[in-house]
Write a protein that binds this ligand. Structure first.
Ligand SMILES: O=C(O)CCC(=O)C(=O)O
Length: 254
């Protein structure tokens, strides 16, 4: 198996990405794919989100990251077959391949919901260094609720993916940026962003709206994963998923 074979098996061929999305990713560093999650799948994802938060309680998210004022979950690859179609989605994988431009793998599959009055993050990039001529990481935010200006939608600065890291470029990463744009879209959409693009969650200023989202995050294959998928892989996941999915997780021992 190699990346071309795996992507072919999963239907993520170069024609799975439309020209406008390719252009957005190249020029703006992100694009929005509407209608990726159908109604039944969305309901199932929401149900799993709630059940896992309930079951894991204060430990939820611990495998990767916990954040004050948010509900977070981690290692979703191993927490239900409903997530199998997330990290293997053809259109999203085609976008990820377009950005990274070489062999890649899943870094982590997590979830995040900013609670009312919380959720503001400084502008950051998921790659910790200045742009060096190639892209190493690419993320996708899967909207389980409508995202609007009030409920803590993601902000992004278009075109910043080739700029120095925000911590080297900005005096105050928490301040509003004059060029920032917001992911305002209905539940079921997926925002794919080159995660060298400056981005962050905004504050949920609503009086009680949720803004649950999955973060399906990929890295060039030569780098370490945010969550070591081999170490966390459960036997039931291994048995259930196809060889191409195992390639995306990088869990096969050669
Ligand atoms: O959930 C979001 O809107 C963005 C989250 C994010 O960038 C992060 O947690 O690093």
């Amino acid at each position: 198996m190699n990346i071309t074979h795996a992507l072919g098996e999963l239907g993520a061929t170069p024609d799975a990405i439309r020209e406008e999305h390719r252009r957005d990713l190249d020029e703006r560093g992100y694009t929005l794919l509407p209608g990726i999650i159908d109604t039944a799948w969305l309901e199932d994802l929401r149900t799993h989100f709630e059940e896992l938060c309930q079951r894991e309680g204060p430990g939820a998210g611990i495998e990767v990251h916990q954040e004050k004022g948010t509900r977070r979950l981690s290692d979703l690859v191993n927490k239900g077959a409903v997530f199998d179609r997330v990290y293997t989605h053809p259109q999203v994988l085609a976008c990820i391949h377009h950005v990274i431009g070489r062999d890649f793998k899943l870094s982590s599959l997590n979830a995040r919901d900013a609670l009312p009055g919380e959720g503001l993050q400084g502008l950051h990039a998921d790659w910790g260094a200045d742009y060096d001529g190639q892209f190493h990481v690419c993320n996708s935010v899967w909207l389980l609720d409508d995202f609007n200006r009030d409920n803590g939608c993601t902000r992004l600065v278009p075109g910043s993916h080739k700029k120095p890291h925000p911590s080297n470029a900005l005096n105050d990463t928490s301040a509003p940026h004059p060029d920032e744009e917001y992911v305002i879209a209905p539940a079921g959409s997926v925002a794919v962003f080159n995660s060298h693009t400056w981005h962050g969650g905004t504050m949920n200023t609503s009086s009680g709206l949720q803004r649950r989202a999955l973060h399906c995050y990929y890295t060039a294959r030569e780098h370490r994963q945010q969550l070591d998928q081999r170490a966390y892989l459960r036997y039931e996941t291994f048995k259930r998923i196809a060889p191409a999915a195992r390639y995306i997780l990088d869990v096969d021992v050669e």
